[in-house]
Write a protein that binds this ligand. Structure first.
Ligand code: SF4
Length: 255
């Protein structure tokens, strides 16, 4: 586990506690959480402003995490919030992920799984009864480009999306928009096609690129990629929304 954020407002409905687990199957070049990649604890090589190096990651038991999660139950009840598992890819540590979701379910806490969708169908089938809402990433339409930018094609991800939808899962599709990589008509049309193919989606969420990951790559001594990506301003973001709206896409949380 490399972070626990309480009172989070952007990773699922209501007020939530977000638990970030280490480990990920993908290597997205724009990743803003590269401290998640190594499943083991990882210490920065550059001190922060206080002159200290920081270690990302520590082992915790499910009960320890749940003690923190349960502190905010009153806020969940008031706001329709709950627990969100994120990462990294939270299903990378499958046993822990399943055990934490089960503990939250047992305690009557609403659960969200923020996932890249890149794991086996069996893994998602097992988690399905424990997840109230999937926050499911849809990154790049062309599988070759997906491979180029994330380290894997998108066939497995799309198959898992289809499986979860047809199994009755509640899903919000989360679409990171990366200027020069996927801010194109092919991708927007594919998002529109998915929203028509899966009309019961709870929503489509745009996640405009931000570059907070860059300093993390450097501080961890990892190679920061020279992404041909600029942070989209308000004007560009508005253009994304307009283009998608013209294609009939309903946005749940317009950025
Ligand atoms: S799936 Fe998420 S955590 Fe994993 S590399 Fe991509 S952006 Fe980073």
């Amino acid at each position: 586990m490399f972070d626990i954020q309480r009172a989070a407002l952007h990773d699922g409905p209501g007020i939530r506690t977000v638990v970030f687990l280490k480990g990920c199957f993908l290597r997205c070049e724009w990743c803003h959480n590269p401290e998640s990649w190594d499943p083991e604890p990882q210490t920065t090589v550059q001190p922060d402003s206080s002159g200290e190096c920081h270690t990302f990651g520590r082992e915790m038991k499910v009960e320890e995490v749940m003690r923190i999660v349960l502190r905010d139950r009153a806020y969940y009840d008031l706001s329709g919030g709950g627990l969100t598992l994120s990462g990294g890819e939270p299903t990378f540590q499958f046993e822990f992920c399943r055990a934490l979701l089960a503990a939250a379910r047992e305690a009557g806490i609403h659960t969200c799984l923020d996932t890249s969708g890149h794991n086996s169908r069996e893994a998602f089938a097992e988690l399905l009864p424990l997840v109230d809402l999937f926050l499911f990433d849809y990154k790049i339409t062309n599988s070759q480009a997906h491979l180029r930018w994330t380290g894997a094609g998108n066939e497995l991800i799309l198959a898992n999306l289809d499986f979860l939808y047809r199994s009755g899962a509640q899903i919000v599709l989360r679409c990171p928009i990366l200027p020069g990589i996927n801010d194109n008509q092919e991708h927007f049309k594919a998002i529109a096609a998915l929203s028509k193919k899966y009309p019961r989606l709870r929503g489509i969420e745009l996640l405009p690129y931000h570059d907070t990951g860059r300093y993390k790559f450097a501080s961890l001594g990892m190679d920061a990629s020279l992404l041909p990506v600029s942070v989209p301003g308000e004007e560009e973001q508005s253009k994304y929304r307009q283009e998608l709206a013209s294609l009939g896409v309903h946005l749940l949380f317009p950025a």
